[in-house]
Design a protein around this ligand. Structure first.
Ligand SMILES: C[S@@+](CC[C@H](N)C(=O)[O-])C[C@H]1O[C@@H](n2cnc3c(N)ncnc32)[C@H](O)[C@@H]1O
Length: 309
């Protein structure tokens, strides 16, 4: 059958004219078409089937729903036919009601999101949102970081080191637990992170060449050091002039069980301790803030200290 005949046949019915006129505005599901036209599901499905066969309409599945829209190819090839169909639909008595119902349904789609966000406003940061995670935010923030050479001291298995290695020029992860280093190195190999090197060593005297790195990170590691001031001085030694140190650690707390539970040597630090050690090591431009507070007892607080060599 010729294409023209196929289009003419598909459009030679008032219900199909109504459907084409509705799909001209937006894609719609069968349920939505039912609600707009007040017709039964099987009737709508039959007409949609005929429009699909003609090539004037195409469908897209999203979960359990199927959405229908005018096919972009036919809009080019069959533009005249579609315009005729829309004109034809305007002559039908159902047209006014169809258009009012269509507007209501399209508005409702937008409102669903608005209603949800209005409900969670004020506590949005604390409610679950699909795909919103600190790990994802971390990846985003890393894209704006220049390609640095980083030393992650007391790295653990490399949660942060791995993230950094995806962006940075080179990452040296130092930890004094041989088991952790072996595990972290194997994981880096598995993830093909060739610029991430694990080294066994003490963060108070890191096995890293003097003046060789742009950034030193001590994330929840300083409170394990016997002499935190020595670790801060060690960070200064391995940084190039102008390089930065970033320390994430617990603010001073009274949760004694941290010694047994987490093997912590120190119960966090006062901001003034960190400031003094940084200054004594030779750092400038020190900034220290509380950046997180836990909601659960014992309400640990996290300090972020940064300074420049
Ligand atoms: C709480 S974990 C922090 C891991 C990682 N930085 C993070 O933020 O996910 C502390 C790590 O420091 C390591 N560590 C403790 N004392 C150390 C020392 N003196 N020198 C090097 N690493 C040390 C531990 O083996 C452990 O992996």
């Amino acid at each position: 059958m010729s294409v023209t005949l196929k289009y003419l046949r598909a459009l030679s019915d008032p219900t199909r004219l109504r459907i084409v006129a509705l799909l001209e505005r937006d894609e719609l599901s069968v349920n939505e078409l039912q609600e707009i036209t007040r017709m039964g599901q099987s009737r709508i499905s039959t007409h949609l089937g005929l429009l699909l066969d003609s090539g004037l309409v195409q469908s897209r599945r999203e979960g359990k729903r199927t959405y229908y829209k005018l096919s972009p190819q036919s809009a080019a090839a069959a533009g005249e036919f579609i315009q005729l169909a829309i004109r034809g639909a305007r002559e039908l008595p159902e047209q006014a009601g169809d258009q009012i119902n269509l507007r209501r349904i399209l508005n409702r789609r937008g409102e669903q999101a608005q209603v949800y966000f209005n409900q969670v406003a004020g506590r949005f940061d604390r409610v679950y949102g699909p795909g919103r995670s600190w790990q994802a935010f971390g990846h985003l923030l890393l894209r704006i970081v220049p390609p640095l050479v980083v030393a992650d001291l007391g790295s653990g298995e490399g949660l942060l080191s791995e993230l950094l290695a995806r962006r940075c020029k080179r990452v040296i992860a130092v930890d004094n637990s041989e088991k952790i280093v072996a595990f972290g190195a194997a994981k880096a190999r598995k993830n093909n992170l060739k610029n991430l090197e694990f080294r066994t060593g003490d963060l108070q005297d890191p096995p890293v060449e003097a003046g060789s790195v742009d950034l030193v990170i001590l994330s929840q590691a300083l409170h394990h050091a016997e002499e935190p001031a020595r670790a801060v001085a060690g960070a200064y030694r391995i940084l190039r002039p102008g390089g930065q140190v970033m320390i994430l650690d617990l603010a001073r707390h009274k949760f004694e069980q941290a010694h047994e539970l987490y093997g912590d040597r120190w119960l966090g630090f006062a901001e003034s301790d960190l400031e003094r050690w940084l200054e004594e090591a030779g750092f400038k431009k020190t900034e220290i803030n509380i950046v997180a507070r836990e909601e659960q007892p014992p309400h640990f607080e996290t300090l972020l200290a940064s300074a420049q060599k």
